[in-house]
Design a protein around this ligand. Structure first.
Ligand code: SF4
Length: 238
């Protein structure tokens, strides 16, 4: 099964380079239906994908991870999105026992004190719930764009994710930031109000800050770390 899915990932990558983002999503939903899931962080790119999916099928499977450290604005856009499209986004939470143990042993804001602590927190609050969300699925749709981060330069439209053993599909891979915003405005899509306050990339509240104009779009995420290490492990690559 794994070999077959790896081969399909390569075939999709070739096929998808000539298709629009909506066409890519159509193909995925037609072929994999209930075995395809979209993980949304509720950031602006992900709102584009949610909108496209809802035009294709109201039954498209969409989930998000609630780490317990989100901004209030993120919950607001979650609620607005569900109201706009008349659907529910499935919310995955971390294992409460693991969170309690982590906070008891390392402190509530452990992530500021070492990269190891930060990765440990991401592991418990994001990666373990993500694994549960992806279990048994064939395709994982994301809203990642190449220009978002130095760690995303080698990404493909479709690729085999060895860590999660799933085909990862990135329909907005080569979209520019202005293309994303034009699409959002043209379609009146709800978006996180923090984007208007200098937050191009929005994660957990204690690990995200606003950026200055001209600064790298991921500069506000784990700003105390080296840019080349700044992935939370959700999108670590092949
Ligand atoms: Fe923890 Fe920060 Fe990672 Fe959120 S982004 S899971 S608060 S380390």
């Amino acid at each position: 099964m794994t070999k077959a899915l790896k081969r399909i990932a390569d075939q999709y990558n070739e096929m998808f380079s000539g298709l629009s983002a909506t066409e890519i999503l159509q193909k995925i939903i037609e072929t994999h239906s209930a075995k395809a899931v979209f993980s949304t962080s509720l950031g602006v790119e992900d709102q584009v994908i949610t909108h496209m999916l809802m035009q294709i099928s109201q039954d498209a499977s969409i989930f998000t991870l609630d780490t317990g450290r989100m901004f209030p604005e993120t919950y607001e856009v979650l609620e607005k999105t569900e109201a706009r499209y008349g659907m529910r986004i499935k919310v995955y939470f971390p294992d409460y026992k693991a969170v309690e143990h982590m906070v008891q042993t390392r402190g509530i804001n452990l992530f500021y004190y070492s990269i190891e602590n930060r990765k440990f927190c991401c592991q418990i609050r994001k990666i373990e719930p993500l694994k549960r969300a992806l279990k048994g699925q064939e395709v994982w749709i994301t809203g990642l764009r190449r220009e978002q981060s130095p760690t995303r330069q080698d990404m493909r439209y479709a690729e085999w994710d060895e860590g999660h053993r799933i085909i990862k599909v990135n329909p907005l891979l080569d979209w520019s930031e202005s293309q994303v915003w034009d699409f959002v405005r043209d379609n009146n899509i709800p978006y996180n109000s923090l984007h208007d306050k200098g937050f191009p990339s929005i994660g957990c509240q204690p690990c995200t800050r606003a950026v200055e104009s001209g600064e790298d779009i991921r500069a506000g995420r784990w700003w105390w770390e080296n840019p080349d290490t700044k992935e939370c492990g959700l999108h670590k690559g092949k």
